[in-house]
Structures are given as structure tokens and as C-alpha cells.
Write a protein that binds this ligand. Structure first.
Ligand SMILES: CC(C)(COP(=O)(O)OP(=O)(O)OC[C@H]1O[C@@H](n2cnc3c(N)ncnc32)[C@H](O)[C@@H]1OP(=O)(O)O)[C@@H](O)C(=O)NCCC(=O)NCCS
Length: 174
């Protein structure tokens, strides 16, 4: 049975390995290598990830299948959100499942955890950004009840890309 656990300060290596592996699986085929490497260095260094894990406004959850890391989710509240948002919002900044563990319900379970956390913290809206060309993720979020409310720029290395911003009300059942 898969387990979803909150990452601790000492889990930075697991988060780093998962971050780099899932980012490559998701985006390497549609983006150039230099942009991918620059992104890894800037966002997935041990120092950067350690600071994020230790930030009280960010939470990393890790899914394990038979004890092996299978995916992770990063959520932000308050000033940790990647866009300035009202205090009643929670951001799902990252939700990534390793290829071999996809389509087993882990994404849905992470999403339920996010809604539970948001509800427990009195948040009323969950929002996220998703690359406009990430069809699989767009379909998944729509199925989860998210609807587009805007867009923002996302820098993948030197490549400026468009992320669609999507939101869902927390009081709905997932
Ligand atoms: C998008 C993503 C998070 C979904 O995670 P997931 O674990 O595959 O999601 P689920 O298994 O809960 O649901 C996915 C599909 O599996 C099906 N499914 C759900 N539970 C299932 C189960 N127990 N057995 C078989 N299939 C199942 C669902 O019907 C769903 O199908 P659909 O989305 O094609 O309609 C995952 O595909 C992923 O990590 N993608 C790459 C990273 C990415 O793009 N992240 C988003 C960046 S913004």
C-alpha cells in the first residue's frame, strides 16, 4: 500500500533525486538540454531545496511504494507562494509522480492531501500553474475540478514559457 508522508529536514536528498528525475521525465523531450540543466542548478540544488523544506510556509509530501520514493508534492502558503496571493489561498507548486508509478491513483491521493491541508488551515482556494503544453497534467487538473483564472511566465533556463493558472474551491469534495 503506498504511503504519503510529510518530508523532514533530513529528506533533502530524496526530494532532490525525485525533483531532478521527474522534471527530466516530464520535460526533457520537449525542451533543450541547456535550459534543463540551468533549471536543475538554479532550483534543485541541495541548498535551495533545504531552505524550501525548512520554510514553515512550504510543505513537501513524499509518496512511497514498498518503501521506495515514487513522487512528491510541494505546497505553499503565505509569502512562499510563487505569485502574490491573498492569505486565503494555498498553492500546489509541484506535483510529480515518477513515470513507472503513474496511473495508480497517487496523483489523486496527493490532491486529496492538499485539499485536507488547505481545509485544516482555513484556506478557501487552491491554485497552481501548469505549462500550457502539458496536456496530461491539464486533463488531470480539470478532472480534479480546477478551472483556468489567468496565466504567468515561467522561465525554463533561458526559455520564457506560459503557465496557465488554475484554481479550485476547497469546500468541494475531491
Ligand atoms: C499529472 C500527474 C501528477 C497525475 O498523477 P497520477 O498518479 O498519474 O494520477 P492518478 O493515477 O491519480 O490519475 C491519473 C489517471 O490514472 C487513472 N487512475 C486513477 N486511479 C487509478 C488506479 N487505481 N488504477 C488505474 N488507473 C487509475 C485515472 O483515471 C487517471 O486517468 P486520466 O487522468 O487519464 O483520466 C502525473 O501524471 C505526473 O506526475 N505527471 C508528470 C508531472 C507533471 O506534469 N506534473 C504537473 C506539473 S504542473
Amino acid at each position: 500500500m503506498p504511503m504519503i508522508e510529510m518530508a523532514q529536514s533530513t529528506d533533502v536528498r530524496t526530494i532532490r533525486d525525485l525533483s531532478i528525475a521527474t522534471f527530466a521525465e516530464t520535460f526533457a523531450s520537449q525542451n533543450n538540454e541547456e535550459d534543463m540543466e540551468e533549471y536543475n542548478e538554479r532550483h534543485f540544488s541541495t541548498d535551495v531545496l533545504q531552505r524550501e523544506i525548512d520554510n514553515p510556509d512550504s510543505t513537501f509530501l513524499v509518496a512511497k511504494v514498498d518503501g521506495e520514493p515514487a513522487g512528491y508534492m510541494k505546497v505553499n502558503v503565505g509569502a512562499a507562494q510563487t505569485e502574490e496571493m491573498l492569505g486565503n489561498r494555498m498553492e500546489i507548486q509541484r506535483l510529480y509522480i515518477l513515470d513507472r508509478y503513474k496511473s495508480n491513483g497517487l496523483g489523486t491521493r496527493f490532491m486529496r492531501s492538499a485539499f485536507d491541508m488547505a481545509r485544516a488551515q482555513g484556506k478557501s482556494i487552491i491554485w497552481l500553474g501548469v505549462w500550457e503544453h502539458n496536456e496530461a497534467a491539464l486533463a488531470f487538473y480539470k478532472r480534479m475540478g480546477f478551472a483556468q483564472f489567468g496565466s504567468h511566465d515561467f522561465m525554463l533556463g533561458a526559455d520564457r514559457q506560459t503557465d496557465l493558472l488554475m484554481e479550485a474551491a476547497v469546500d468541494r469534495l475531491v
